[in-house]
Design a protein around this ligand. Structure first.
Ligand code: UD1
Ligand code: UDP
Length: 394
C-alpha cells in the first residue's frame, strides 16, 4: 500500500511538472531609457517572483547608457541581453535601424511568447515592431496616452500610436487612456492597471527609509534647509532651440528676483539640453546645475522641493503622490488627469507664463495649498500585479 502511495505521488508530481512546463510562458521585457527602466522595474520584479508560471528575461537596448545603468543598479536588475546601442548625439534614423536589427538575434535565440514594451520611446516603437516580426505577442505597458497631435510630443505621440497598432495586450494606466484606444477602434485586450511608476515610487520611498547613498549625502551639502527649492528638469525634443532658451531666461529671472530660493536642476545628458542650459544658467549663484541623479536621490530631492518645473512625463505622474505642485513646460499633455485634478498647470515654454505661475506659487498660499494637495490619479501601487494577473489569464 505504501509503495503504491509513493508511486502515485511521484507520478502526480511528474505530471504536474510536465503540465506546468507546457503552460509556462517565456516573457521578454525590452526597454532602453531611464523612464522605461523605472516603470518596468517593479513589473519585472513581480514576474520574477513567479518562476513556476513564467520565465522572465530582460533585454536592454541601452538607448540610454549612464542614465539607464543608474536605474538598473538601484533596482538590482541584471539584463540577460544588453545591446549597448547608445551613441553620443545619436539620431532617430540610425537608432531606430540599429534597435530593429540588433533585436533580431535576441528574439531568435530566446523565442519569447510575449514581449513587453513600455511607453513611447524609439526602443518602444522598434521593439514592438521587432517583436511583431518574430511572431511574439506584444504587451504594451502605459498604453493609450495620446495628445492626437503628431508633433507634440515628438516623436513620442507617433511611437505610441504605432505601438498601439502592433500590440495584443494594452495595459492602460487610466480610464482616459483606455478611451483613447477605443477612439482608434482598439477594443480588445485592454485592461486598466494604474501606472507602474507609482509602484516604483512607493518601492523607492520604502527603500529610502533605511537607505542613504553617496548622491543623497552630496545633495545634503548643496541643499540649504533655510531656502525653498525649485526643482527643474527638461529634455523634450520639441523644446530644443528657442524653447530651451525661453525656459532658461525664465529661470534666470526667477533666480535673480528671488535670492531666497534655490533652483536645483539635474541636467539631462542630451547635448541639445546641456549646451543651452550650461551656457545660460551656469553662472547664477542660486541656480545649481548638477548631473542626472539616481532614482532614490531624485525622489529624495522631489520630497525636499517646494515647486517642480519640468517637461518630463514621469515626474508629472510622481509629483502628485508627494503633494508637490508641478508647472509643466509643454503646450499639450498626454497626461491630462493631473491637470484636471488641479495639481499640474501647463505653462509651455512661454517665459511670462513660467515666471507668473512660479511667482504666484511663491507668494499666494491658498493657490499653493490648492495645487499641492495629495491626490494621485495615476495609480495605487498595484499595477504590476494587475499586469501579471491579466497576462496569465490569456
Ligand atoms: C529619450 C526618449 C524620450 C524620453 C527620454 C527620457 C526617444 C526618441 N526619446 O530622449 O521619449 O522621454 O529619453 O529621458 O526615444 N545621453 C547620454 N547618456 C545617457 C542618455 C543620453 O549621454 O545615459 C545623451 C547621448 O548623447 C544621446 C542623447 O543624450 O545620444 C540623446 O539620447 P536619446 O535617447 O536619443 O534621446 P533623449 O532626449 O534622451
Ligand atoms: N529621474 C531621475 N533622476 C533625475 C531626473 C529624473 O531618476 O535626475 C526620474 C524621475 O523620477 C522619473 C523619470 O526619471 O521617474 C523621468 O524621466 P525623464 O524625465 O527622463 O523621461 P520622461 O518621463 O519624460 O519620459
Amino acid at each position: 500500500m505504501f509503495v503504491v502511495l509513493v508511486l502515485f505521488t511521484k507520478l502526480s508530481l511528474f505530471l504536474f511538472q510536465k503540465f506546468s512546463k507546457l503552460k509556462q510562458k517565456k516573457v521578454l521585457f525590452v526597454f532602453g531609457t531611464r523612464p522605461e527602466a523605472i516603470k518596468m522595474a517593479p513589473v519585472i520584479h513581480y514576474f520574477k517572483t513567479k518562476p513556476e508560471i513564467v520565465t522572465t528575461k530582460v533585454c536592454v537596448t541601452a538607448q540610454h547608457r549612464e542614465m539607464l545603468d543608474q536605474v538598473l543598479d538601484f533596482f538590482e536588475i541584471t539584463p540577460d541581453y544588453d545591446l549597448d546601442l547608445m551613441k553620443k548625439g545619436q539620431n532617430l534614423y540610425d537608432l531606430s535601424a540599429r534597435i530593429l536589427t540588433r533585436l533580431k538575434p535576441v528574439l531568435e535565440d530566446y523565442k519569447p511568447d510575449y514581449v513587453f514594451v513600455h511607453g513611447d520611446t524609439t526602443t518602444t516603437a522598434m521593439g514592438s515592431l521587432a517583436a511583431f516580426y518574430s511572431g511574439a505577442q506584444i504587451g504594451h505597458i502605459e498604453a493609450g496616452l495620446r495628445t492626437f497631435n503628431k508633433k507634440a510630443p515628438f516623436p513620442e505621440e507617433i511611437n505610441r500610436q504605432l505601438t498601439g497598432r502592433l500590440t495584443d495586450f494594452h495595459f492602460a494606466p487610466t480610464v482616459q487612456a483606455r478611451q483613447n484606444l477605443e477612439k482608434e477602434n482598439i477594443t480588445k485586450g485592454i485592461t486598466v492597471t494604474g501606472n507602474t511608476v507609482i509602484d516604483a515610487l512607493f518601492w523607492g520611498l520604502e527603500k529610502l527609509k533605511n537607505f542613504e547613498n553617496n548622491e543623497i549625502t552630496q545633495l545634503k551639502n548643496i541643499v540649504d534647509p533655510n531656502k525653498k527649492i525649485i526643482l527643474v528638469t527638461g529634455h523634450r525634443r520639441e523644446n530644443f532651440g528657442e524653447g530651451f532658451i525661453n525656459i532658461c531666461k525664465a529661470l534666470q529671472e526667477i533666480a535673480l528676483s528671488h535670492p531666497n530660493i534655490d533652483i536645483i536642476y539635474p541636467v539631462h545628458l542630451n547635448p541639445n539640453v546641456q549646451q543651452p542650459v550650461y551656457k545660460l544658467l551656469g553662472n547664477i549663484k542660486n541656480i545649481k546645475l548638477i548631473d542626472p541623479l539616481n532614482y532614490p536621490a531624485f525622489i529624495w530631492l522631489m520630497q525636499q522641493s517646494h515647486i517642480i518645473i519640468t517637461d518630463s512625463g514621469g515626474i508629472q505622474e510622481e509629483a502628485p503622490s508627494l503633494g508637490k505642485p508641478v508647472l509643466v513646460m509643454r503646450d499639450t499633455t498626454e497626461r491630462p488627469e493631473a491637470v484636471k485634478a488641479g495639481t499640474v498647470i501647463l505653462v509651455g515654454t512661454d517665459q511670462n507664463k513660467i515666471i507668473k505661475n512660479t511667482n504666484k506659487l511663491l507668494t499666494d498660499n491658498d493657490f499653493y495649498n490648492q495645487m499641492s494637495r495629495l491626490h494621485n490619479p495615476y495609480g495605487d501601487g498595484y499595477a504590476s500585479k494587475r499586469i501579471f494577473d491579466f497576462i496569465t489569464k490569456q
